[in-house]
Design a protein around this ligand. Sequence first.
Ligand code: GZL
Length: 333
Amino acid sequence: MKKILLPALLVTAAILLCAPFFMTGPPDEPAGDYGNKIVLGFAQLGAESEWRSASSESVKRAAEKYGVELMFENAQQKQENQIKAIRSFIAHRVDVIAFAPVVETDWDNVLLEARAERIPVILVDRKIQTEFSGLYVSFLGSDFTEEGVKAGRWLARKFGETGRDVNIVELRGTDGASPTRGRSEGFRDAISSDVRFRIVCSESGDFMRSKGRETMERILDEYFAPSEGRRIDVLFAHNDDMALGAVEAMEERGIAPGRDIVIISVDAQRSALEALEEGKLNCVVECSPYVGERLMEIVVSLVSGDEIPPAIFSEETMFTEDDPPESLPERPY
Ligand code: GZL
């Protein structure tokens, strides 16, 4: 017995020692021919704005750079399409799922399915509301409330000295989305101590330039008649695209954007920084879409079994009419 046992043990030991060099990948390697590459399923919410396009570009470039196999789906701003995309990632047994939830609610069922299959989920850009724990491993994005506070505090400084009422119009982003809620709350919080600041109208432009323009056209017709004492002093737009759509609406009525009506926007994409230089916008709060590389770092760490932080916030600033043009940043895309 001993004569047979020892050689058998030696052979077994040899196989176990060499095994890692011959394994074709983790035991639950995803379906499909990805070899040893990490496979990331990314459900992007849409292509509604310049910011969103930059966000998608950032993810794609980073996947290329990090050698991550990217399954990318664009949901055209429809939650049911994002849910379908996440289910397809589960079926493909990707290594990690990431998505930018178009709205905050009704994600529990599909994320419970991902959790049951032990596929980690990363929230990118936007947040969700849920009673369940463990539906996602990390959030990577911006502090939207802080962005709203920055906008409100700038406005308070800008109009600090005038003794009169300041009539404000708000162009909200997509209702039910976390940036819309955060920016609204932060802005209101920052101006609440001064009764002169009055939000006379708040409507959603869905983060889109076309809807920003259409909505502002209606608002101007109803609220802007200085000769009749109806004034709009300030526009607070939740993103650049709606702000620039509103600029078009103002200009077609002979209203000087940035002068007759002070305009605050969020994102700080290329076209908004150009409008700031031209004096058509007065304050642009930065919200960075360039999170692709941080996302890939988290994905690689996750698959390697490393601890990852539950939330990673982008460092962001603000640009105003007082900034010299040469100090404004170049946007890569
Ligand atoms: C914010 C992002 C928002 C941008 C908009 O992180 O979700 O959605 O501010 C975009 O431009 O459409």
